[in-house]
Design a protein around this ligand. Sequence first.
Ligand code: 6GU
Length: 484
Amino acid sequence: MASPADDKPRICVGVIAGAHGVHGEARVRAFTDDPFDVAAYGEVETEDGSLRFSMTVIREAKPGVLVVALEGITLSREQVQAMNGTQLYVSRDALPAPEDEDEFYYADLIGLAASYPDGRPLGTVLAVADYGAGDMVDIKLAHSSKTIVVPFTREVVPSVDLKAGRIVVNPPGGLIDDAPEGEVDASAAKGAGAVMTDPTDSTAQTAQTAQTAPASDPPSPWQATILTLFPDMFPGPLGFSLAGRALDQQIWALNTLNIRDFATDKHHSVDDTPAGGGAGMVMRADVVGAALESLGYQGSAKGETAEKAPNPASISAGEKAPNSLPLNAPLLYLSPRGKPLSQSRVKALATGPGVTVLCGRFEGLDERVITHFGIEEVSIGDYVLSGGEPAALVLLDAVIRLLPGVLGAPETLAEESFEDGLLEYPHFTRPAQWQGKPIPDVLTSGHHGRIAEWRQAERERITKERRPDLWRRYMAEEQSGKDE
Ligand code: 6GU
């Protein structure tokens, strides 16, 4: 995709990953081979070209994520936060030529004509991306509206000729006839990776440097907005494994707001002693209220459900808030007093636009904030944590794994605990004997019917033993099912 100003290809070198400090510095996740190079190619611009600035790297916050000062532009912390998820592009011309003649920038491949080995036209390269299993090429077929995705391997893409503007593609058998309309969608390509290595002796390739502009607008990420006194606790464990990959792939986006930034006195105090006396401190209504209002939440004097509106104050005219908060994202306050979190609530959150989570600290939050904004209180169990942040991480983890594209095999979701009111059956794998203990015979019998029966019986036994509450509900539902 070209910048609005001209048709020159651009490379995405990084993405804003949140605000840092109080002076409008930003965290940037770098896509460059060496993360520090994210600032090395001169000015960057946003996808729509509306903002341009250069950056100075202050330090690396964690691997691949840099704290940068934005040069030639003055943004408040809130404005930087509102840009969370914004991709930063440089002109293709600003980047050095790939070192190896077998390497290509993704941007150089987009738009090339693809043909079969015998010269018949196949289509046009729409996008190139690494979805996690090596570089893949999206090709819009010449004689249909369909798109196919093929691996960028020597076997499938035996030749790339940039000068001639052509690649040769040997589509794996069955791919073209079988691809149902719309199923293979280039919009899933978020424009990953820029330098790809043409395979020589291996079949898979490595994406090495920056990213190209997306071939089409990616779906907007599921938006997690966290109000906390400890923004550095996020993404924490959610930066790893499945959730971390999904964050990189922009399946979800994280925006943290430091509640302390909304304190108005010179000590930046966020809490005070409880009215009526007693131990501990209470989070102040004015400070937390200002933080929520900065996001566009508008309270109601009667304490009805909070309404959500974009916050015009957070973004100046002419700027785009690419990750502006999703309207109607539910507003939750995590506290041990809340309604217990359930898998069905988690599922409902996963199908929505995102969630805004207020993390409590100290003894609690001034009750007027809860009623004014109509906040839903949620607990993650009957024990007390020192603050809502670990609970927020738990809640987000539970939701993120359900977002489309995060788990490899959705069928594993169907059989897991709570899905139908029963806990999961026990699992076994090799070795067949361990510490004198065998794997139950039925599981190695190959008899699918008997295996399914055994697993169901085990689920019932374990649920009855460990969770009489779930067992009673399960039995009641079985009974009412029979009565219908
Ligand atoms: Cl959400 N917060 C705190 N502080 N403690 C908890 C909790 C939440 N859920 C269970 N215990």
